[in-house]
Design a protein around this ligand. Structure first.
Ligand code: LLP
Length: 433
């Protein structure tokens, strides 16, 4: 839950706004974004990682308001497509503080980024190094470059595998020598200004030892570049991926603790390797925006089914589903929910919150105890939906994407409006022949 979320006589209040009032004004489903919470988390990262650049990973969720908050809180911005770049430009984000990611940026995207004056492009393939070199030559400008490397670490939530993960699409392999070759090519390319190495080991990570192993491997390459090519790269990016609590079983590290650990590892390793500590950066997305938002749905139908063995499960259908939160269906993610519109003293029963899509896998919350008297018209709130929900949303079954309603100090305002049927039909140009 976001920090200002609380219940007043059974009614959920976020940012000083009662969810019932919010729904009366904006309807359901709606993403409710707690601005103060977002800003507090952004600030916590910036303060804890004071000597770093902190890039907010826009892929988690981006709109012009959020881009503005990111700028105001002193963070930089990571975008990974021309579309995300367009949002940053519309928001008037300082392009020097934008970093451009992606494993298949088009020539048009690269040109747009270079012309806009982005601070750096993170290159991910030899093709891209060549492409970017051409773009820079054509536009007559130079651009900062980071080389994304594969540190051979794959992290998943509570674990990491330190020998795996060469077999995926991102980055240059360190072990195969591609990373060193990429550094060579960037150094040789006119207009590409090498800033340093970049790595990102995964998302929703709790086990910080994965970061440690990755940092050591990337620093070893950083030292090799210094020794063999005589170049001490000024920067290094350790990526994002810091986990958040989706259920009470998750116990995420706080930014200050992460900063202490990560800085400690880097400083120690640099001493051992005899290189200067590069200017570090990180790219948290989920850990900033994830907890800031909850999704509010209206209950439409309630159905009890018998399970093998005689137990029962209550299927609670809400007015959204996998189109506004694909994470349960796609990643088997765990979410929780709460009755948000009233107090209930009814006994808890085992429930499952499902959407309104024509698909059995359309589940939002797999298992949660809900009050036995839950009924159509009740509001349910699902916390922790700020990251990778709206940004991965779809129009499956021609549902309209919900709005993002920002709340702060007792007031709400729409920052991304609800889609309309006109929006839906706008691209359907019909048979023009
Ligand atoms: N930097 C890079 C290069 C990334 O690829 C990502 C995420 C991040 C930073 C931000 O990671 P975060 O701090 O948000 O974990 N859709 C998935 C997550 C995909 C993450 C992709 N890259 C999900 O919903 O769990």
């Amino acid at each position: 839950w976001s920090r200002t979320a609380r219940k007043v006589d059974g009614v959920l209040e976020v940012g000083g706004v009662s969810v019932s009032e919010l729904v009366a004004e904006h309807g359901t489903p709606a993403y409710v974004l707690d601005e103060a919470d977002f800003r507090a988390r952004a600030r916590a990262f910036r303060e804890a990682f004071a000597d770093y650049d902190v890039f907010y990973a826009g892929k988690a969720f981006l709109c012009t308001s959020v881009a503005r908050w990111v700028a105001e809180e002193g963070l930089s911005l990571d975008v990974c497509t021309g579309g995300e770049l367009a949002v940053a430009q519309r928001a008037g984000f300082d392009m020097a503080r934008v970093e451009f990611h992606g494993n298949n940026k088009s020539v048009a995207e690269l040109r747009r980024a270079v012309e806009a004056g982005v601070g750096r492009v993170v290159v991910d393939s030899f093709d891209e190094v060549a492409r970017l070199t051409r773009v820079v030559a054509e536009t007559g400008t130079a651009v900062g470059v980071m080389v994304r490397v594969t540190p051979g670490v794959e992290a998943h939530t509570h674990e990491y595998i330190a020998t795996a993960h060469e077999d995926q699409k991102f980055g240059f392999s360190i072990t195969a020598g591609d990373a060193l070759e990429a550094v060579r090519r960037v150094l040789a390319a006119p207009g590409l200004e090498l800033q340093g190495l970049h790595c990102h080991i995964g998302s929703q990570i709790f086990d910080t030892s994965g970061f440690e192993v990755a940092a050591r491997r990337v620093l070893a390459l950083h030292a090799t570049v210094a020794a063999e090519l005589g170049v001490e790269m000024p920067a290094m990016d350790l990526g994002g991926g810091f986990g958040i609590a989706y259920t009470t079983q998750d116990d995420p590290a706080d930014p200050a603790q992460l900063a202490t650990e990560m800085t400690g590892i880097v400083e120690q390793e640099c001493r051992v390797l005899g290189v200067a500590v590069p200017h570090l950066s990180i790219e948290p997305g989920r850990a900033i925006v994830g907890p800031s938002t909850c999704t509010v749905y209206e209950v439409g139908t309630v159905k009890e089914v018998a399970l093998d063995g005689g137990a029962r499960r209550t299927y609670v259908s809400v007015d959204g589903g996998m189109s506004d939160n694909i994470r349960t269906a796609l990643y088997d993610a765990d979410y929780s929910c709460t009755l948000a519109s009233r107090r209930s003293d009814a006994a808890p029963v085992l429930g499952r919150v499902v959407g309104k899509h024509c698909e059995a896998g359309d589940v939002v919350v797999k298992d949660e105890f809900v009050p036995a008297d839950l009924a159509p018209g009740d509001l349910l709130a699902v916390p922790g939906t700020g990251a990778y929900c709206r940004s991965m949303s779809s129009n499956y079954n021609h549902l309209l994407r919900p709005p993002v309603v920002a709340v702060r100090d007792g007031a709400s305002r729409v920052v991304v409006r609800r889609e309309t049927e006109d929006d839906l039909l706008a691209t359907d140009v019909g048979d023009q022949s």
